[in-house]
Design a protein around this ligand. Structure first.
Ligand code: RB5
Length: 148
């Protein structure tokens, strides 16, 4: 498994915590920055990580800004990306099971460290349920194609 991680200054602290989680668990990753708490724009970082996932060079993305909202908006513009802003472990589980989300977004000023790492653990280890949910995510893809 390989993970594309990225953040802006608002998500730097939790991105470093996620990086630590990945290293401790022997999970390969590519870090698209930011590399400090210096103010930086989130969209160029989010899109690089999202494209890495969309191109199949990473299995999942984890993106963190202050709220999780900006990185989710930016990464959801990439075809094939289903980025979900999660604030608790239930959402992290359900967005894998029902939405087959491939990018987990969160807010460094929204969730605490323990919740952030629990969400990552659940997100990376929960399978898509398929079935009727496949039809529903196919419909999301149709929106991208302009056929829905
Ligand atoms: C940066 O101040 C903040 O706007 C950013 O981290 C993010 O929350 C945007 O959605």
């Amino acid at each position: 498994m390989k993970i594309a991680i990225g953040c802006d200054h608002g998500g730097f602290e939790w991105k470093e915590a996620v990086r630590g989680y990945l290293e401790e668990n022997g999970i390969d990753y590519e870090d698209f920055g930011a590399f400090s708490t210096e103010s930086v724009d989130y969209a160029p970082i989010a899109v690089k990580a999202a494209r890495t996932v969309a191109e199949g060079k990473a299995d999942y993305g984890i993106l963190i800004c202050s709220t999780g909202l900006g990185v989710s908006m930016a990464s959801n513009k990439v075809k094939g990306i289903r980025a979900a802003v999660c604030t608790n472990t239930f959402c992290a589980e359900m967005t894998r099971r029902h939405n087959n989300a491939n990018v987990l977004c969160m807010g460094g000023k929204v969730v605490d460290r323990e919740t952030a790492l629990q969400m990552v653990d659940i997100f990376l280890h929960t399978a898509f349920d398929g079935g009727r949910h496949q039809r529903r995510i196919d419909q999301i893809a149709q929106i991208e194609d302009g056929t829905l």
